[in-house]
Design a protein around this ligand. Sequence first.
Ligand SMILES: Nc1nc2c(ncn2[C@@H]2O[C@H](COP(=O)(O)OP(=O)(O)OP(=O)(O)O)[C@@H](O)[C@H]2O)c(=O)[nH]1
Ligand SMILES: [Mg+2]
Length: 211
Amino acid sequence: MDNEPLYLYKLIIIGDSGVGKTTFLYKHNMNITLVDFHITPTVGIDYYSKKIKLKDKSYIKTNIWDISGKQEFRIIVNFYIKEISAAFLLFNLHDINTFNSIKSWINNLLLNNSCDHYFQHPIILIGNKFINKTCMVTKKDIDILVEEYNLIYYEIDIFNVNHEMIQDLFDKICNLINEKNIKTNTCKGIKKITNNLNFSNNKKENCCIIS
Ligand SMILES: Nc1nc2c(ncn2[C@@H]2O[C@H](COP(=O)(O)OP(=O)(O)OP(=O)(O)O)[C@@H](O)[C@H]2O)c(=O)[nH]1
Ligand SMILES: [Mg+2]
C-alpha cells in the first residue's frame, strides 16, 4: 500500500529531569496534557511509535525514545544515543540549571553517536514551561547556543499549546532528516523497513522487522 512506511526514523527526547519530556511526548502521541494527572518521573526509558507523512508524500515510521533525565540513567541515554537520526532537547526556561546542562547533552550526542556520515543530525532545542514573565534563561544566552551548535529553537508551554503545534515539531524534525538525505548515507538512526505487517498508527508497538 502507498501509505506504508518504507523507513524507520529513530528519535530521542533528552534533557534534565523534570523539563517536560514525557509531557511533550504524551501531547504528541495521544493529545493528552498531563496537567490533571500526577505524572511521575520516567524510570529508565519509555518508547512510542508513530507513522508520519513527509512533505514529499512518502510515509515513515518513527520510534521515539523518552529517557529519564536523572543522572543514574545517563548510561542508558548514552546507549540509545548511539543510533538516532535526530533529537529533541528540552530545558525549563525558569530553571537555569537545566539550561546549563544543554552543552553536556549535546556533547553526549556528538560523542556517543556511532554514525560516520557527513551530515549533522538535526537537534530541536525546546525551551519549555514558557510563561509570560521574565525567564531565568536569557534570550541572548539561548541565541549563542543555537548559533554555536546549529540548533533549531522553539519556546513553548506544553500545557498551553495545541496538539497540532507539537505534531508540527515532529513533522519538522522528520522532514529535516529527509531533506538532509541522511538515509542514503548509512545513518544508523534510519532503517529500511522490509516487513511492516500489523503496522498501525498511534500505537505503542514493536512489530516491525528492520533490515
Ligand atoms: N507549567 C508547566 N508544567 C509542565 C510543562 N510541561 C511539563 N510540566 C510539568 O513538569 C513536571 C515534569 O514533567 P515530565 O514530563 O515528567 O518531565 P520529564 O522531563 O519527563 O522528567 P524525567 O522523566 O524525570 O526525566 C510535571 O509535573 C509536568 O506536569 C509545561 O509546559 N508547563
Ligand atoms: Mg519523563
